[in-house]
Design a protein around this ligand. Sequence first.
Ligand code: NDP
Length: 251
Amino acid sequence: MTQIFDLSGKVAIVTGANTGIGQAIALSLAAAGANIAAVGRTPAEETVAQVRALGRRADIISADLSSIEPVQRVVDETIEKLGGLDILVNNAGIIRRADSVDFTEADWDAVIDTNLKVLFFLCQAAGRHMIAQGSGKIVNIASLLSFQGGIRVPSYTASKSGAGGLTKLLANEWAARGVNVNAIAPGYIATNNTAALQADETRNRQIQERIPAGRWGEASDIGGAAVFLASRAADYIHGHVLAVDGGWLAR
Ligand code: NDP
């Protein structure tokens, strides 16, 4: 039987692939057979070396995704260097924290630009190619704040609920054209992004007690969900936001 999770010969863009969740997703996709375009502003040298050690092809594509300026080049370079484009994982993201009464326009714009505007225009650039070839898988990295409000992260919450909404809109538009658009909503995952929360003993304990699984997620916990949504196993899944959260939303 052909393996339904097999990604052999597929080419995947992963943004923010140098660290954390993006790195784990790149390695999981590569373990399933995919070749990787590791896109970001910090060169993903370690990720590329590990992907190549698995026997896959990988290239670094340098791009600062704080604006849409490099978006079309990222897609063109991927196709030129790796011979195609089958999977897009929109993972790069930032967060800014402050009370809403004090929140600045700069912190609003920075987060919305990277987490939402660039995400949409990368979907557009990759989607045009995928529609033309009649197939493709897009996986947007959303958040529990796609479903909940959060506190002191207004632009992040707006960006992540926006990412969930856009995932559904693009799925509506592209499902009949061979392109699956879905999202993953990670729960509390131990990365650089959450280092301050992990270091705060009280908050750390509260978070672990609130998670039914009783522990923080690892970046590798997100990798399997990405492989699933990028694979043939997800051919009939469109517009879904898949929580990978140790049961957080079930509580
Ligand atoms: P990290 O901070 O560890 O990684 C963020 C990644 O995004 C890095 O590779 C970073 O690159 C990249 N990035 C940020 N800004 C830019 C930019 N302007 N141009 C190019 N790349 C950029 O965070 P995580 O791995 O935790 O987060 C990955 C995704 O998962 C994010 O979208 C985040 O919102 C989401 N998420 C994370 C959760 C968690 O608990 N960790 C929970 C829910 C969602 P660089 O190193 O160069 O800055």
